[in-house]
Design a protein around this ligand. Structure first.
Ligand code: AMP
Length: 567
């Protein structure tokens, strides 16, 4: 079993690696020396998680708690630590610095193994309720008590949810492929079917055949993603005859049912069974075992119309789901069948899957065959006039492609053709409330978008569009993400009252885009201007999206190019 110190040294090495080095090779060389279980864990740690989302909670201890643990273990006062943190700019570096001082007086010869550290971190994620904060601090102190400064640095970063090592899934998949001499497409597929890269690393070490992997009940697969089209013409050119479906503005759900038991997973593979009891109830009445995918949409009790996504998400906020099922009923509109009894369906054509899905007994998404460009246009117009988001056109002959984006599913939303589109931005910080809003410690947010280097560049200050409920919700979320120091990859000339870690995505609408001397999105060094949203207002808190799914600079540039007249 490998010592955690060896891992921390490896992380340190990765961090110092200059730009172009082959990270996959580096990972391969390191992983070669590891035993099976250690290989599983190191893969998770490099992903910045402790396990897949459907099994393990995310670790993100608030900065304040980390500082309290550091105070307890080092004896340096929290206030001093806070001040020092502002100077050093990173909780990991601060921990290392403080521990280096301590190490001059106490030298420890013990150390934790990787597995021991991992188990303690897992314990932190499992703590709930009263006393959980104190228990987290104790566990952290225990870890820090016999850590070296380098171990302390990486532990603290990991615990507080900062990922800096730059080893993405693609690099890990590539490293594993090289180490075990397996084709990349086999490793990729195994990952998409299990959603568990640690498990794949373990299976490879155990010399198991990855091609034998099938979909397992209650282990969600990674969802297939759609490409976007500019217009109806592009859809017809790419697909010719296709099956068109209404694109609903709801929440994607992967439903697994076996032997009467039902589990629901979100698009990010988190279990959301408790959010929709009526969907489980309906599913349990249907014969057979199956894995289906569909969109959960909220229904207006009076008009029976589909409600916008943000209304549906209030279910996430409230604990009183029972009440909500009456006030805000939900419909589950299925659109794909991934497994039926013991047979995987993903390699069958869309046509076969849809035919079986219809027979199953769930309500299915509204759709029909589209044979010409005119057919597609008519279907699109109908969908929009019924207040839907747009359409999804699907290639009849293509299999289901887990985990990847492709042109077998093409989406067209109304908003691309007009600049009434909403964009998904990353919250970078927030401002304290003034006037009526002082009641909330929240008066608006600074938001940005990512560029190709992973920097977050500001694009708007958003001060409107939230209800009181949403403000409460935002305040709680933002407090958790608060950080004393501006993250190194943020570019903006504004200074919010608090910075937050890049985690939260919100959907905003604006009237147009303008050049800006303040904001840094799509920055042009010649004119020294960036792009800003004019009159931005929040439409929804997108807890279903990760920051990697927020709108990118590239997409904004494309919108600007298509609509030069927005200025
Ligand atoms: P987007 O979030 O804009 O990338 O669009 C993809 C999402 O549209 C999927 O993840 C589904 O949640 C949703 N969606 C709505 N209606 C459908 C449909 N008929 N077929 C597939 N996906 C749909």
């Amino acid at each position: 079993m490998v010592d955690f110190n060896v891992i921390a040294q490896f992380f340190d090495e990765l961090e110092k690696i200059p730009g172009k080095i082959d990270l996959a090779e580096k990972f391969k060389e390191f992983d070669l020396q590891l035993e099976t279980e250690d290989s599983r864990i190191i893969v998770y740690l490099l992903q910045g998680i402790l396990g897949p989302a459907f099994k393990t909670k995310e670790l993100g201890v608030a900065e304040k708690l980390c500082l309290r643990a550091l105070e307890k273990s080092s004896g340096v006062e929290e206030k001093v630590l806070e001040k020092e943190l502002k100077k050093v700019g990173d909780l990991g570096l601060l921990t290392q610095k403080i521990m280096l001082k301590r190490k001059q007086t106490t030298l420890s010869f013990n150390s934790f193994s990787l597995k021991e550290v991992y188990d303690k971190l897992l314990k932190i994620t499992e703590l709930v309720g009263e006393g959980s904060q104190n228990s987290s601090i104790s566990l952290l102190c225990e870890l820090l008590s016999i850590s070296t400064p380098v171990e302390g640095k990486h532990l603290m970063r990991f615990v507080s949810g900062v990922k800096r090592l730059g080893v993405g899934d693609g690099i890990l998949l590539d490293g594993l492929r090289r180490e075990h001499e397996v084709e990349r497409k086999i490793v990729d597929r195994a990952y998409y079917l299990t959603s568990d890269l640690g498990r794949i690393a373990l299976m490879l070490k155990q010399k198991k055949d990855l091609t034998k992997i099938k979909i397992e009940y209650f282990n969600p697969i990674m969802p297939a993603l759609a490409e976007r089209a500019e217009d109806v013409k592009e859809i017809f050119e790419r697909l010719k005859e296709c099956y068109g479906e209404v694109k609903y503005d709801g929440m994607r759900i992967q439903l697994h049912k076996k032997n009467g038991k039902v589990k629901l997973f979100s698009r990010h593979l988190e279990e959301v069974t408790n959010m929709f009891p009526e969907i489980s109830e309906k599913a349990s009445k249907i014969k057979n075992d199956f894995v289906v995918e569909g969109e959960a949409v909220g229904i207006d009790v009076e008009t029976k119309q589909i409600l916008p996504f943000q209304e549906l998400m209030t279910r996430k906020r409230k604990n009183d789901i029972k009440e909500k099922t009456a006030d805000l009923p939900v419909k589950f509109l299925t659109f794909d069948l991934l497994k039926l009894n013991e047979e995987d369906y993903i390699d069958k054509t869309f046509e076969e899957r849809r035919n079986e899905l219809v027979k199953l007994g769930f309500e299915v998404t509204q759709g029909r065959m589209l044979k010409s460009q005119k057919d597609i246009q008519t279907f699109f117009n109908e969908s929009i006039s019924n207040n839907n988001e747009g359409i999804m056109c699907k290639n009849l002959k293509s299999p289901y492609s887990p985990g990847s984006r492709g042109f077998h599913w093409i989406k067209l939303k109304q908003s691309y053709s007009e600049f009434s589109d909403t964009i998904d931005v990353i919250v970078m910080g927030y401002f304290l409330g003034k006037g009526k809003r002082t009641e909330f410690e929240f008066g608006g947010m600074l938001a940005g978008i990512k560029d190709s280097q992973g920097n977050v560049n500001s694009i708007a200050k958003i001060g409107s569009g939230f209800t009181e409920g949403e403000m409460e919700d935002l305040q709680a979320k933002l407090e958790e993400l608060q950080t004393e120091v501006k993250p190194l990859n943020y570019n903006t000339s504004l200074k919010p009252d608090y910075w937050v870690k890049p985690k939260l995505v919100i959907e905003v609408k604006s009237d147009e885009m303008t050049y800006s001397k303040i904001h840094k999105a799509c920055y042009n060094p010649e004119t020294k201007t960036g792009i800003a949203l004019r009159f931005p207002r929040m439409i929804a808190i997108r807890t279903d999206k990760t920051v990697d799914e927020a709108t990118t600079e590239e997409e904004i540039k494309k919108i600007i190019k298509d609509k030069e007249n927005v200025y």
